[in-house]
Ligand binder design. Sequence first.
Ligand code: SF4
Length: 343
Amino acid sequence: MVTVGFFEGGNENTIVKGQEPDEDWLRRFREIIITYNENRAPDSFMLWFRQRDSEQFFADEFQRVLAILIVARFDQRTTAENALENTIAVVNCGALERLVTRNEIPLLIPKQNVTAEKWTDLFCSSLSELHSLSGRIIAQKEWDALKLLGFMKGEFRVPYLGTKTARLAVRWLHELVSSIKIDMLTYRILIDSLVYRVCSRLGIIDPHIDKYSGENSPADVKVQAFVSKVFPQKPWLLDEPLWSTGRQPDKGGHCFPKNPNCNGCLFQSICRRKFLDTDPSSLGMETSNAERQPTYKPRQQEVTSEQAEFAKYVEDLKQKGVKGEEYREKIMQWQREHRKGET
Ligand code: SF4
């Protein structure tokens, strides 16, 4: 059993080593997180999705899920607005209904360090996998968040739908597609250098002891246990407040690698302000210099026989002119016949 506590103690904000966290501190921490989430700007994609859904824009669950997967995949190293704009562009060209080709869609807004041409090409080459993943998700009405993420990182992996974006997709699926039940108790927040730094300064982990080297490493286990304790039903509420606090000043952050600006920080009233003169991430993380780097490296050459078979099947449907409801029905039928690894 993981002890959820602070690594050393002794002031009004914390507890002593080995004891359960101070309930008053936890209450204040929860209040901060709840207030943050209540006051944050509305999510532009969720607004768009709900509006479209109310207009019966999506033909069925397949399209709802697919739209979420597409926007989550676009939401990396760019703004949420750009991701939504790209999504609208490809959706308007028919990407929810069929495998659109490169010539059918406009040049997309690129993400950082990738040209617009390349990003557009990569979308088109990923679309069959996105269709396949969408079909697989709707073929099962009940999911466990951790297992769903495992599928998305494993046999149903889509190029550039990495750790961060897959978690985003799972959150949106949970919040926007009511017919698919996702047990979020097993949802795990993403720990990068920003989150690690803030958790260290808050006193949740000790970078000298709680090393981070990926999932199930000591720091990961400790942070996830803390998250489960404070928000067992809605663990994702901690994602944004933690990492946005660790961002650079020009992006609204406060908890910089060195000499953080505590004035105006979200956690100012409860923070223990540990390790102010050194970056805790450089002490305790293997990827000490990473600033929210994606951990996923696409395996562009690794196409499984099943993916190849699915791509051929989709191409055959296209050649035969199969569209709309018939197309979706055939995709779902294919998924049912090829279901593997039931949870
Ligand atoms: S109060 Fe200061 S040390 Fe604590 S999280 Fe905020 S910026 Fe970092």
